[in-house]
Design a protein around this ligand. Sequence first.
Ligand code: SAM
Length: 289
Amino acid sequence: MELIASPSKTKEILNKYPFVFRKKYGQNFLIDSHVLNKIIKGAQITEEDCVLEIGPGIGSLTQVLSQHAKKVIAVEIDDQLIPILKDTLGEYSNIKLIHGDILKIDLKKLIEEENDNKPIKVVANLPYYITTPIIMELLENKLPVSSITIMVQKEVAQRLAASPGSKDYGAISVAVQYYSKPCLIANVPHNCFIPRPNVDSAVIHLEVLNEPTVSVKDEELFFKIIKAAFSQRRKTLINCLFNQNTVSISKEEMAVLLKEIGLEENIRGEMLSIYDFAKLTDALIESNK
Ligand code: SAM
């Protein structure tokens, strides 16, 4: 069947229906087949895979996923798109279309029902407003997900993959890199979509790890430290931790503790690697014993 992801086919489909773009749902439809190929390759989709697609739109990515995977579960929130998808994807028998909000669906139950609880791959051209909540839900809840390959705003992709010391490095970089190994797949200019978004996008692949990158004695404290460390970028780590009431030892004791784990007392949070954050968490736990 003719590809949906071309400017002419997309316009033809949109003209056939009384569809109005809903800005609140971040609707920018892909019209470039080269980008689709990069997503499929980056996500390493095979005939064995069950894929969860978030927000199929008019089905551009869904169609190609269906041609490469065993099964595709596509969850779309916009009721206007349901009849369109039934039309554009009608001939593909391995697609299960669900009308719903991905943030409200019980994903654990969905994976149990649709893939016998075996790991699925998540692939999506994500609307901006759900990027962080959905990534964190998939990772934190330790759902059976083997990888997440998503198109997001370029700046967001850079933040997810950022290294210590770079301007993009933040709490979200450390959190995502705790659960997964990020890899940038492609930059995607705004003219690959209808309508064109104001910003460029990028595809990022997160390979979900079986075990977190570092093991820590107290996960809650680890994330509390990370959040506090990035709360005021121009302040030292010690000041951030004290301003956020994260630690119960004195500044002097904290300086000694930092020295013991090989860090300068005036270091800033954005210079710490995930390994440093883990060492700091465990050292604080030990110091409280
Ligand atoms: N996958 C299509 C493509 O690449 O052309 C559409 C991508 S568009 C950027 C995002 C899609 O996600 C839209 O179809 C939008 O209606 C849908 N969407 C937005 N919020 C959603 C939510 N909470 N749950 C499910 N789908 C959602």
